[in-house]
Ligand binder design. Sequence first.
Ligand code: ZN
Length: 495
Amino acid sequence: MKNKLLGLAACLLALVLAVAAPLALPEHRTKPRVHQHRGALPEAPCTNPEDGGLCTYLPIVEIDTGGVTIPGRPIHSEEGTTSYVLAEDGQTTIAAQMKVIGTDTGEYHHANGTPDVESSVRIRVRGNSSRSFDKPSYAIRLVDAEGGNAPQSLMGMDAHHGWVLYGPWLDKTAVRNYLFYNLAGELMDYAPNVRYCEVIVDGEYQGLYLLAETITAGKNGARLPLEVSARGRTYSGYLLRLDHNLPETRSLRSFTEYTYIQDEALSLQLEFPGEKNRSEELEQQIRQDFSDFEKALYSYDYDREKYGYASRIDVDSFVDYFILNELAGNVDAGNFSTYLYKGTDGLFRMCVWDFNNACDNYFEAELGHEGFFMPWRLWYWMMMKDEDFTSRIITRYRQLRRGLLSEAALDQYIEETEAFLAPALARNDARWGDVALQASALLQPAGRNLTSRGAAEGQLKGYLHNRGAWMDDNIETLRQYSAPSHVKKFNEVND
Ligand SMILES: [Zn+2]
């Protein structure tokens, strides 16, 4: 009898596990997030005499353009417009060869070492204001002999064709993007993978860079679960980006744009499928699909389970995006560089990008550590009117502040990363000069321009201490946005 009961219990347990176990998790959710700075480091100093001018436990990226200037630097006209330097043949990118030497931080790598990866690439300078920095960032596409995408795994990250070599300049800690992409990678279904490396262009050492994968669809379950049929006729999933509305911008013109709910300075663009892989008809379908979502959100039924927004989004993704960007004081979030995708499961999710100016690192003025901004962002403005949504933000915030986002955890993460980067930053500063002179007058007022790596680390930790303490004291005030008196006019139909 006892055995029978045990057997029955085992069967029940198996059944419960089978039901509870995630059946088809995308690959990127089953892989633990890699935090490069926590990898093993070499135990002894390097004894290799053949250093080739560079000896580092970070991977090395060598780019060979054959001496051609990499295009993409800004040209500012007298009329105040900005254009970008083109290649000699009129294209925005040039062809180059790229080698990546080393993956593992447990050993030393040398500029003359055997490459782990070699590829032809197309390369250009990327960014907005950062295009004019002495140390530029680059956009790189791995290509085959015909110029088509040729994805490869770099530094242990999933194979991909599109990468950004981000050269920290304004962020004198060099950790902002690494820190917040990796925190997002622990919390959210997807966040761009990142690895630090050191870069050599045409034989000349260029210092510390962060290699990040661009946000787009991926093969074999990597990256975003998005697909488009070969002829661009049908899709399951797409990627959108909200950003500056520039003259050359091709807007999707969804519901919130043609109803003027969206700020005119913003433009929502279709990122995936790209222009070459979509028909006019497909673009129209996607515009309709996203407009349906926005209409549901901005309708009086927005908080009804069956018709409302909550059945169309992964609420956790929107909650975590809110919390990470608020904690970082990343006030561009929800306006610029704002990525949102619809996965093959039919749900919308947010994706983090660009924390370069976060934690009080904007040019114009000191922002301070008080106040919320996400409640005024396009889609959030309506979601915040739903009590369930504000409650979930508050509950999740409190939970994360006891763990991953606690003051102690953030301090430790920053300190460990700075220690990990110290030798590379010393080489970087030998290349670019005294830290006090790098990005020396970009922040206003002038006193905000820090003069040492240590001072920059102190500013970052200090900001997060103050910001976190302020949010701990004020997170409950988010309830005012969903208070019955505040949202009455939106709920009249339901009452
Ligand atoms: Zn060495």
